[in-house]
Each structure stands twice: as C-alpha cells, then as structure tokens.
Design a protein around this ligand. Structure first.
Ligand SMILES: [Zn+2]
Length: 297
C-alpha cells in the first residue's frame, strides 16, 4: 500500500462557530492518530498568501473576511465571522494547494479541510468561505500546460466552483450530486448529473469519468471533493439507499481510475454532517473510507 501525505493543521478548526464543517478535520486527525491507516502521513500545510486567494475572490469579499465588515458579507458562508476567519480559510486553502502539489510528485495526497465548493468569487455560501478547489486548480494550472479536473462527489452541486472556474480553458469539472442545492448549467468543460436513485449512482460516476476520458484532454491532476453527505443517514444531503458499501466502491473506483491513467489525485473531505443516526464516530469512519481508498489506488 502506497504512502500518502494528508495535510492538516489545528488552525483548520480555529472557528468560534462550532459545527461539523468547522470541527471535523480535528475528529478525523484524532482518529488517524489513534487508529492509523497504513501509509497515511499527516503534515502541516502552509497558508496561501492573500494574493493567491485574490486570484479567485474579489478584494471586497476578502476585506470583509479580514475585518468582519460589512457583516452580511463576512457572515455569508453561514459560519459566524470571528477574528480568525481569514487565517483559518487561508490555511485550509493552503492544505488543498499543498495536497495538489504533493499529489503531482507522489501520485496521491489529501487534505482534511472541507467547506470549499459553494464559495463564490464575491461571497461565501453553504458553509463554504474560500473556494480552495478553484484556488488550487487555478494556481496549479498557471505557468504550464496542466489541465486540471475538479471531481466533485459531494451530495450537493458545486455551483461556487463552477462560477469561479468556468472561464478557464484548462479547468474541468465533473459533478455528480444527489441533491439539487447549488445547481448550475455546466459549460463545455463541465458535466453535472443529479442522481435520484442510489442504484444509478456508481454507474453515473463511471459514465462521467468515461466521458472525460474519451472527450477531454489528459489531466495533470484531479482535485477530488470527497463528500460523505451522500450517505442515506446524513440528514443534510443524503439519498435513500446510499450505504457504506456504495461509498466504499465509489472511493475505490475514483482512486483506481486515476491510478490506471497515471493521473495524480488530491482529495478534500467536503460534506458530511452529524445528527440523527449519523454519530460523530460513523461520520469519521465514512471519511476514513477516502483515506483507505487512496491507499489502494
Ligand atoms: Zn454537501
């Protein structure tokens, strides 16, 4: 089983506003320390400089995240603003960028951050502050001929990523969702499918990957938004019939597809929420399926 670096910083969970998106990176890191997955090595990422965030986000929005004003913009991610909001967001994006760079050298890497794909250029949305997927994709596509695929299998659609990267000729997006929240009209470099029957889920992911292989250029990197909120017991997003087995098979399919084609892959945690039958322990175990799948890719 291959070794892969997973980026995590205690600063990922600096937010005063406490809920899954602002805490679960620490839960997964603690679980990895307690019960290691062979090959997974945790590493501290570097924050991205403000100018890298400015390649995607507007000065007015970044200023609101720094100062807390205007409040409507500073709180637009639906995470209560505090004085560490910008610091936290810059380092989660740094984790994604470092994972992308590490994957391009070592084939596979990960980042324990979540909360990227709904963030727009000019505001946050749906627990997403800065769009680390768009920022990393843009930074890693620049200065070369790298084509980069954003593969978004979170339960919800990645409308923020779409709006941030759609004009870029080397950035591509496959989005298979089970919920129409943040839905959008994909352009020529995008595919969006909203699955409503769990029996069609794996087939749909596979068809999208096959379409990309047949019609699109060879990718230098895949940035994978590995949401676990597709699970049927996840009250925010889940689809009936989506169980651990389907998600395990999904992770194996994604990492194998990349490995067989020599495409480096860097993943982020993305969605997955506690509540009802979804305990913290179960949620952490779902996210561990990604780390385990990455090892077999
Ligand atoms: Zn989601």
């Amino acid at each position: 089983m291959g070794r892969h670096v997973v980026y995590y910083s205690e600063k990922f969970v600096l937010s005063d506003d406490s809920f899954d998106t602002t805490r679960k990176a620490a839960w997964v890191a603690a679980s990895l320390a307690e019960e290691p997955i062979p090959g997974v090595v945790l590493a501290e990422p570097a924050p991205i400089p403000l100018q890298s965030a400015a390649a995607v986000h507007t000065p007015a929005y970044l200023d609101a995240l720094r100062t807390g004003s205007p409040a409507v913009l500073a709180n637009s991610p639906n995470i209560a603003w505090d004085k560490n909001t910008l610091v936290r967001s810059l380092i989660t994006c740094g984790g994604m960028l470092d994972a992308g760079r590490s994957a391009m050298k070592n084939r596979v890497a990960g980042c324990l951050a979540s909360g990227f794909h709904h963030a727009r250029k000019d505001r946050g949305k749906g627990y997403c502050t800065l769009n680390g997927l768009a920022i990393a994709a843009q930074a890693l596509a620049e200065g070369g001929r790298n084509h980069i695929l954003v593969l978004d299998l979170d339960a919800h659609c990645g409308g923020g990523t779409h709006s941030a990267i759609q004009g870029h000729v080397r950035l591509w997006q496959i989005d298979v969702s089970v919920n129409s929240y943040d839905c959008y009209q994909p352009g020529p470099r995008g595919l969006l499918q909203v699955v409503t029957d769990a029996r069609q889920y794996l087939k749909t992911v596979w068809r999208c990957l096959q379409h990309a292989e047949a019609e699109w250029p060879l990718f230098s990197l895949c940035l994978y938004n590995a949401g676990m909120d597709v699970h049927e017991d996840c009250q925010n997003g889940g689809l009936a019939g989506m169980d651990e087995l389907i998600i395990t098979l999904r992770e194996e399919m994604v990492f194998q597809w990349c490995a067989e084609r020599g495409i480096p892959i860097a993943y982020a945690l993305a969605g997955g929420y506690t509540g009802g039958k979804m305990t913290t322990k179960r949620l952490v175990n779902l996210h561990r399926l990604t780390q385990a799948g990455a090892g077999w890719g």
